[in-house]
Ligand binder design. Structure first.
Ligand SMILES: NC(=O)C1=CN([C@@H]2O[C@H](COP(=O)(O)OP(=O)(O)OC[C@H]3O[C@@H](n4cnc5c(N)ncnc54)[C@H](OP(=O)(O)O)[C@@H]3O)[C@@H](O)[C@H]2O)C=CC1
Ligand SMILES: N[C@@H](CC=O)C(=O)O
Ligand code: NA
Length: 365
């Protein structure tokens, strides 16, 4: 029998973000908050750890225990059944980038499981999935939070929701929405100095944990398109999908048929000249090139791609994996509300997930 103020945590995904989340969860659980947190399920795509009687999986050394586990993850509907039958409230933390897991949110929410996640797939998939998720949440009362799906831990989603919920009218959102793209252009085409080779910077971004599991999902512009789809929907535009507006891809045509991300990375150095030419064209105009996105709410136009900026422009002088996101609204007038800081990386992304978990706990426990 579970304690009255107990909440079970179930985690799917234990990669770069998942491992950082686990260490933040360990610290949160040790702070002895009310409610008492117990891990009742954790899995990667091939391994799982759980007990049929819901006795807790120890957070101590959980990454190693999971790696050593011989249990395979059950099919998702079975996992949801198991969690929905738990003797206390459950928060499901999805730290994957899986579309299959995202597609299961309506079922999970309708069975009373709250969800926190940095996974963009659920909120930037079909508009129907978006509607099904929020309908299931409203009907069952289960919560769904996804702060880290845009700008990692930066308070982007919560800020936009607050603007809308308090009656402000958002007219335009623009900026740099990709930690990977920010890092790549800040290091490949810096405002001062030479910059590194494009393909080498791409490999560095992957090693630093900034890229999607397959870095082509960043370089083809889809990751930014997903983030803009989420923000546009929150601002009231019923954007159908991240492929329903213009998105510029930086994948060389010749590499579009690569079958894996690793094959793509191996072949990329042979195409460095294409990005060198793009950089040189901007330099000739006395500018630098950056990868940006924008949503014009009035004209319902969303676009993603390369633009040239003066070296003194705030977008040109970003550092590291920083995002910069400007909200133009009726209340803020011509001086936008600006959010800036690291937009990728395990710890900062996990912080957004843990922050969401704390918000959910304050509402369900
Ligand atoms: N990295 C970053 O800076 C940011 C990431 N995000 C988002 O966070 C999420 C996680 O990113 P990241 O940690 O970098 O990715 P990783 O590739 O490092 O980790 C993904 C994890 O999910 C597991 N997984 C994948 N598919 C499934 C599945 N169907 N069932 C169970 N487990 C699965 C993987 O297991 P296995 O290894 O066995 O495949 C792995 O443990 C993504 O949605 C990403 O977009 C958001 C903001 C910033
Ligand atoms: N790959 C993404 C990770 C965060 O969403 C990025 O680089 O921004
Ligand atoms: Na965020």
């Amino acid at each position: 029998m579970a304690a009255v103020n107990q909440v079970y945590i179930a985690i799917i995904g234990a990669g770069g973000v998942g491992k950082c989340f686990l260490s933040q969860l360990q610290a949160l659980a040790a702070r002895k908050p009310s409610p008492k947190l117990s891990l009742c399920y954790i899995s990667t795509s091939r391994k799982a750890l759980y007990n049929v009687d819901y006795s807790p999986v120890s957070l101590e050394g959980v990454t190693e225990s999971l790696a050593a586990s011989t249990q395979a993850p059950p099919p998702l509907p079975q996992v949801i059944d198991y969690l929905a039958s738990a003797p206390a409230k459950v928060v499901l933390v999805d730290n994957t980038s899986s579309q299959d897991v995202a597609d299961a949110y309506p079922l999970a929410l309708s069975r009373g499981l709250s969800i926190v996640t940095p996974n963009k797939k659920a909120f930037s998939g079909s508009y129907k999935l978006w509607q099904d998720i929020f309908t299931a949440s409203a009907t069952s009362g289960a919560k769904v939070y996804h702060e880290s799906s845009v700008g990692a831990g930066l308070p982007v989603i919560s800020t936009l929701k607050d603007l809308v919920d308090t009656g402000d009218k958002v007219t335009k959102i623009e900026g740099v929405f990709s930690g990977t793209m920010s890092f790549l252009f800040n290091s490949f085409a810096p405002t001062e100095g030479q910059g590194g080779k494009w393909s080498e910077e791409v490999k560095k971004a992957k090693a630093l944990g900034y890229t999607e599991p397959d870095p082509r999902d960043d370089l083809n512009g889809l990751d930014v398109a997903r983030k803009l789809t989420i923000l546009a929907r929150l601002a009231g535009l019923p954007v159908e999908s991240p492929t329903s507006f213009p998105v510029q891809s930086l994948i060389p045509k010749e590499l579009e048929t690569c079958s894996t991300g690793d094959e793509f990375l191996d072949k990329l150095p042979a195409f460095d000249q294409q990005m060198e030419d793009t950089k040189a064209a901007a330099e000739k105009a006395g500018k630098v090139v950056r990868f940006v996105g924008s949503i014009d709410v009035a004209t319902q136009q969303v676009k993603v791609g390369l633009e040239q900026f003066d070296r003194s422009h705030p977008i040109a002088s970003l550092k590291g994996s920083d995002n910069i996101i400007s909200f133009y609204t009726e209340r803020y007038g011509s001086n936008p509300l600006i959010i800036q800081g690291a937009g990728a990386g395990g710890d900062v992304t996990a912080m957004g997930v843990t922050g969401d978990l704390i918000k959910v706990l304050s509402q369900i426990a």
